[in-house]
Design a protein around this ligand. Structure first.
Ligand code: F6P
Ligand code: MG
Length: 505
C-alpha cells in the first residue's frame, strides 16, 4: 500500500479519545457468506432504496471495507482538526458576542464528535432554515429510522456527518458561512507551485492553428492533446485533503507531476479506460456545452479550469458549467468561496514565494482570461442543493428533476473524483466487471440521460467497469489497490441523449 493510504501513517491516527461502542451491531458477515449472498443481486429496481442499494451496501461495521476505517478513524480525525481550526479563529477574535457565538459552534461540534464516538443514532437535522432540511429529514425518516453511524450505509452516514458539521454553524448568528476547511484548501494550493506553473506556462497562450497541417494531422494532434489534458484533469483528483491530511511537500509534488513521461506511465493505471472513446466523442462536439460536477478545490479545480479553458479555446464548447457545493463538504470539495479564491489568487495573489516573473505572468494571464469567461457567461458556477444531500445519483431524476432536466441539455457531464463516483454507482458491492451504464442506473437509462463520464482516481471500495481478472489479480498482489489513489477509471456512458425527459413538454 502506498504511503498515503497506509493506515499506520501518523496522518491516519485517531485522536486519543476515539472509542467506539459497537456492542449493539448486527453480527459480522463472513466474506464467503457475502459472496454466496451476492448471487441474489442486483436487486430489482422496485426493491432498491437508499438503505438497500442494487448490490450490498458498504457499512461502517464492515471491517473489510474502507468504510470501517473512515467511520472509526478518519472522520473523528477530520472533525478534531476542524475543531482546532475553529479555536484558531476564536483566538483571533476580539468581540465578545462573536466569541460566545463561536464557542457555541464548538460545543455543537463536540456533540457531533460524541455522537460519532458513541455510535449514536442518526437524528433529524435541526431546521436551520436551509432549503435542504426537508430532503435530509425525509430520507432519514423513510430509510434510516433507528440507524446509527456504523450500521447505516457508509455513503449516507458519511454525508450526514458533513451536514451535521454544517448545522454546528448554520444555527449561529455570526458564523453561518464559516468554512472549517478553508485554511487547509488554500494552503495546499499554495504548496502546489511546481505543477501549477508547469501548466500555466504551457497554456497561458491560446492554442494557435497551424495552417500547414492537413485536416487529418490537425485532428490527430487535437486528439493527442485532449488525451493528455484529460489525464491531467483525472490525476488532479489524487490530491484530496480528506485522505492526505498531513501531506509533505514531496508527497504533493509526486502526486501532481504532470510531465509527459509521467502521464504515459500512469495511463496503464487506468483500469477501466474509455479515454479514446471519450476523445472520439468530444472531438465531434462543436460550440457545445460541457458540465463539470466538480470535486476538490485548489489544485484539482485548477486542473479542471485548464481543461475547461481548452474546451473553449478549441471551439468544442461555447459554454462550460461548473457544479460546486453549497456547503463545506468532504473536506476539500469546491464551494463558491473556493472558486472565487482560486480565480482571484491567480490574478492578484502572491502565493508562490520563489516563482519567476514569467511564471507569475503566465498564471495572471490565465486568471484574467478565466475571469473574463465568467463575465461573458462562457463559464458558470452553480451549486444545486442536491449535490450536498445523502442521496446517490440514482435518485437524481426523482429527487432533483429540475437538475436532471438541466443536465440533460448538456453534451457531456463530467463527474470528477471518488465521492461522485460512489454516488454514481450507489456505493455498493457491484461486481468489478459490471458495465458502467448498468452501475449508474437511471442516469444512463432514463429518457434524456446525457453522456456521462466519470474521471476518478480509485480511493474507496466500489469499483466497476474494469475487465474481468484485473481486480482479482490486484486483490492478490496489492491488497490496498482500492484505496491507494494509484489506480483510476475513465468511464463513459452514452445515455439516452436523443430522448426527452418524461416530464418535459
Ligand atoms: O471518506 C471517503 C471518501 O469519501 C472517499 O470517497 C475518498 O477517499 C474521499 O473521501 C473523497 O475523495 P474525492 O475528493 O476524490 O471525492
Ligand atoms: Mg472531494
Amino acid at each position: 500500500m502506498s504511503e498515503m493510504t497506509d493506515k499506520s501513517h501518523p496522518s491516519a491516527k485517531a485522536p486519543q479519545k476515539t472509542m467506539l461502542n459497537l456492542g449493539n451491531l448486527p453480527p459480522k458477515l463472513k466474506p464467503e457468506a457475502m459472496k454466496a449472498a451476492a448471487s441474489s443481486y442486483p436487486r430489482t429496481p422496485s426493491r432498491v432504496n437508499p438503505n438497500q442499494p442494487p448490490w450490498p451496501a458498504y457499512r461502517g461495521y464492515h471491517e473489510y471495507s474502507f468504510a470501517h476505517a473512515t467511520m472509526g478513524v478518519r472522520l473523528p480525525t477530520i472533525l478534531g482538526k476542524a475543531i482546532d481550526d475553529v479555536w484558531k479563529t476564536l483566538n483571533q477574535e476580539s468581540e465578545e458576542d462573536r466569541i460566545v457565538d463561536l464557542v457555541n459552534c464548538i460545543h455543537r461540534m463536540e456533540d457531533l464528535m460524541a455522537d460519532l464516538q458513541n455510535n449514536a443514532k442518526l437524528r433529524p437535522i435541526v431546521d436551520d432554515g436551509a432549503g435542504d432540511v426537508a430532503l435530509w429529514n425525509k430520507e432519514i425518516a423513510k430509510f434510516f429510522r433507528g440507524k446509527d453511524f456504523m450500521n447505516a450505509p457508509w455513503l449516507f452516514a458519511e454525508a450526514y456527518k458533513y451536514r451535521r458539521l454544517r448545522e454546528s454553524f448554520s444555527l449561529s448568528k455570526y458564523w453561518v458561512d464559516y468554512d472549517v476547511f478553508f485554511r487547509q484548501k488554500c494552503d495546499t494550493f499554495s504548496r502546489s507551485n511546481q505543477a501549477v506553473f508547469e501548466l500555466s506556462t504551457r497554456f497561458s497562450e491560446p492554442a494557435v492553428n497551424e495552417p500547414n497541417l492537413s485536416e487529418e494531422a490537425r485532428l490527430e494532434k487535437k486528439k493527442l492533446l485532449f488525451l493528455e489534458l484529460t489525464q491531467v484533469c483525472l490525476w488532479g483528483n489524487s490530491t484530496d485533503l480528506s485522505l492526505l491530511i498531513d501531506m509533505t511537500e514531496e508527497d504533493i509534488k509526486k502526486l501532481q507531476s504532470t510531465g509527459g513521461d509521467h502521464l504515459a506511465a500512469t495511463e496503464k493505471n487506468i483500469l477501466g479506460n474509455d479515454l479514446h472513446k471519450l476523445a472520439d466523442y468530444v472531438l465531434t462536439i462543436k460550440d457545445g456545452r460541457v458540465d463539470f460536477v466538480l470535486d476538490n478545490a485548489g489544485f484539482e479545480l485548477y486542473c479542471d479550469l485548464v481543461y475547461a479553458d481548452w474546451l473553449i479555446q478549441s471551439g468544442t464548447c461555447k459554454q462550460v458549467i461548473f457544479h460546486g457545493k453549497k456547503i463545506p463538504w468532504f473536506v476539500s470539495d469546491v464551494t463558491k468561496k473556493d472558486w472565487d479564491w482560486l480565480l482571484n489568487s491567480c490574478v492578484y495573489g502572491q502565493l508562490f514565494g520563489e516563482a519567476k516573473d514569467e511564471e507569475m505572468d503566465s498564471l495572471r494571464t490565465l486568471g484574467h482570461r478565466w475571469k473574463q469567461y465568467e463575465k461573458e457567461g462562457k463559464w458558470r458556477y452553480e451549486a444545486h442543493p442536491f449535490w450536498c444531500t445523502g442521496y446517490t445519483f440514482w435518485d437524481l431524476h426523482s429527487e432533483a428533476p429540475d437538475l436532471f432536466q438541466y443536465l440533460s441539455e448538456s453534451d457531456l457531464v463530467i463527474f470528477k473524483g471518488d465521492l461522485n463516483h460512489r454516488k454514481l454507482t450507489y456505493d455498493c458491492h457491484a461486481p468489478l466487471d459490471t458495465p458502467f451504464n448498468q452501475a449508474i442506473g437511471p442516469l444512463a437509462s432514463e429518457s434524456g440521460a446525457p453522456y456521462v463520464c466519470s474521471l476518478r482516481t480509485i480511493k474507496s471500495d466500489v469499483v466497476v467497469g474494469i475487465p474481468s481478472g484485473v481486480g482479482e489479480k490486484l486483490d492478490e498482489e496489492e491488497p490496498g489497490w482500492k484505496i491507494s489513489g494509484k489506480y483510476a477509471v475513465v468511464l463513459l456512458s452514452e445515455g439516452q441523449p436523443g430522448t426527452k425527459p418524461q416530464w418535459s413538454s
